[in-house]
Design a protein around this ligand. Structure first.
Ligand SMILES: C[S@@+](CC[C@H](N)C(=O)[O-])C[C@H]1O[C@@H](n2cnc3c(N)ncnc32)[C@H](O)[C@@H]1O
Length: 248
């Protein structure tokens, strides 16, 4: 946990978006595209009526900002104070509030939220038993029949990055952990490939923002049609529902 807090605390100096996606993206176009795809995938699956939503591992609050609306009460929670400062700076306190915690018990009552969303946070909880207890916590804080949308990096074979900061699990491993925590897995979809060739053109400004909607559609289509090669990952959307008490 301390290594994660240190890693993300150091990353915060790169600013709200680069800190949580790619600090080496000098023009910022790649980060803009990836955050745009993330926001679109989640926005389209969330209801517009009055809901309470937990942004788990909210970081600098970019996703909360994109999902905020008059009818959504958003609460972001994260372990990294430096990122939470950026989240508070760039969000309206009327729609989003942000909470720091230590990665253990979340300071929320049972059945607080209708929905939980997360983007590339479970990948940073490298130990499976720690992940299971985090998932059990999330389960506790959701209302009965509450829904969860997780986007995580998956690989054909579970791989931990050499710096030990991220574990890209395979889909079956995630599904097993979700079920053990008491979730029903409603769907699994690949939404973005790490090696989507136009991403290089986006990065160098050769494909502009106006083309992002088309690129997003192509990206998701390729991710669905062509499974990730052995050497790279794919962003995978898991839709879960809380059905019963956790098995612990
Ligand atoms: C790749 S960033 C994603 C941030 C945010 N979800 C986004 O889309 O911009 C990973 C985030 O996970 C957070 N994190 C790591 N371990 C965590 C844990 N055990 N509980 C909650 N957040 C955690 C980090 O502080 C960081 O903000």
């Amino acid at each position: 946990m301390d290594d994660q807090r240190q890693h993300w605390g150091d990353a915060a100096k790169h600013g709200a978006l680069a800190s949580v996606i790619d600090p080496n993206d000098r023009r910022g176009m790649k980060n803009l595209y990836i955050s745009n795809l993330r926001d679109d995938v989640l926005q389209r699956r969330l209801p517009s009526h009055n809901v309470s939503l937990l942004d788990f591992g909210c970081g600098s609050g970019n996703l909360s900002k994109a999902l905020a609306s008059r009818d959504r009460r958003i609460t972001g929670i994260d372990i990294t104070p430096e990122l939470l400062e950026l989240a508070v700076e760039q969000n309206d306190p009327e729609t989003c509030k942000f909470v720091h915690y230590d990665g253990g018990v979340m300071p929320f009552a049972d059945r607080s939220f209708d929905f939980a969303v997360t983007y590339v946070v479970l990948s940073h909880i490298v130990d499976n038993e720690q992940l299971l207890s985090t998932l059990t916590e999330l389960h506790r804080t959701l209302k009965d029949q509450g829904e969860v949308l997780f986007i995580e990096q998956t690989r054909r074979q579970t791989t931990t990055t050499p710096d030990g900061i991220k574990k890209q699990r395979n889909v079956a491993e995630y599904v097993g952990l979700f079920e053990r925590a008491g979730f029903e897995v409603a769907s699994v979809e690949h939404v973005r490939k790490a090696r989507f060739l136009p991403l290089y053109l986006i990065r160098y400004g050769l494909i502009g923002e106006a083309m992002f909607p088309l690129m997003r559609r192509l990206d998701s289509l390729f991710a669905t049609l062509f499974p990730a090669p052995r050497t790279s990952y794919v962003d995978t959307l898991f839709a879960l529902r809380k059905q019963r008490q956790s098995n612990g």
